[in-house]
Design a protein around this ligand. Structure first.
Ligand SMILES: NC(=O)c1ccc[n+]([C@@H]2O[C@H](COP(=O)([O-])OP(=O)(O)OC[C@H]3O[C@@H](n4cnc5c(N)ncnc54)[C@H](OP(=O)(O)O)[C@@H]3O)[C@@H](O)[C@H]2O)c1
Length: 275
């Protein structure tokens, strides 16, 4: 079982579902990545700040899946923003991952008060030109912040990874991304911090299709053209989360999934600071 892919503006084939790895430690990440690759995942998400890049790299190394079939994503942490520090931090991430190249490198948060995301982006363009990174993206960026990257460097991100789930649908940002050829990835796609998965309405839709509530939510993402990266270390759940390409939600069901109070549970990109 494998997720179909979507072709990005730079030619990258991005699987339409990936594996999240926060807050796994190295040992958990190594096991989780290896089993996810066995199950059929080809997109893996980590970050320098998760402290598990070494484990993710071990999972990739232990797997029988050829390296060039796997899209490994990592992210630049806030402390490392800036031109020279991005080049150095990327080298350290690459070493921890034990990989020759990284498929997708993201700026983790814009940190507008720090004011270094354009410098970081310029360094990332250099890394791409040097063949060390295949594709460049951002995480938690607003349209204005993406516009600024493009205006100052001429290079647009191919991915914007944002908080997005049925309790925070992000229609405006998703529309902006789509209009600009940016693929939206959803973090916290199962709304981890809410009781969404035990919602009776969701259960009813799931029963109708003979699937689980988590599968309904992941299918909802996929039908909206969003790439969810659910986290699980459990092979059974990993399989379940990938197996959402055999049923279709109706328009009414799509609307019902997201018919609930809307609120973000993580940081606001305009103000959130994490280093
Ligand atoms: N860019 C950013 O700023 C940012 C921020 C947060 C997260 N992320 C990334 O996004 C990934 C996903 O977000 P997240 O981990 O916060 O939330 P999530 O994927 O929405 O939820 C993960 C939780 O759901 C459980 N779960 C997974 N599959 C399930 C299923 N089929 N049925 C029931 N429960 C299930 C997991 O438990 P088990 O593990 O026990 O299966 C875990 O407790 C992270 O791992 C990370 O890679 C990025």
């Amino acid at each position: 079982m494998q997720a179909p892919t979507t072709t990005m503006t730079d030619g990258l084939e991005l699987p339409r579902i990936g594996l999240g790895t926060y807050p796994m430690d190295d040992a958990q990440a190594a096991d989780a990545v290896r089993s996810a690759l066995d199950v059929g995942y080809r997109l893996v998400d980590t970050a320098a700040s998760y402290g598990n890049e070494a484990g993710v790299g071990q999972g990739v190394a232990m797997s029988d899946v050829p390296r060039d079939e796997i899209v490994v994503t990592t992210k630049l942490r806030g402390d490392d923003q800036g031109y020279e520090s991005t080049l150095r931090a990327f080298g350290e991430s690459r070493e921890r991952l034990g990989l020759e190249y990284v498929d997708l490198y993201l700026i983790h948060w814009p940190l507008p008060r720090l004011g270094r995301y354009v410098d970081s982006w310029q360094a990332m363009i250099q890394l791409r030109d040097d063949g060390l990174v295949n594709s460049l993206g951002v995480s938690n960026f607003t349209p204005a912040q993406i516009d600024r990257l493009v205006a100052e460097t001429g290079v647009a991100p191919v991915v914007n990874q944002i908080e997005l789930h049925p309790c925070f649908v992000q229609d405006e940002l998703r529309a902006y991304d789509a209009d600009h050829g940016v693929v939206t990835e959803a973090w916290q796609p199962l709304a981890r911090k809410t009781d969404l998965l035990s919602d009776p309405g969701l259960r009813e839709i799931a029963d109708r299709h003979g699937v689980t509530p988590a599968q309904v939510v992941l299918r909802w993402h996929v039908q909206r053209g969003v790439v969810p990266i659910p986290k699980s270390g459990d092979p059974q759940r990993q399989r379940e989360n990938l197996d959402v390409f055999g049923f279709v939600l109706s328009e009414e069901e799509m609307a019902a999934v997201a018919d609930r109070p809307q609120a973000r549970s993580g940081g606001d990109p305009e103000t959130h600071e994490e280093f």
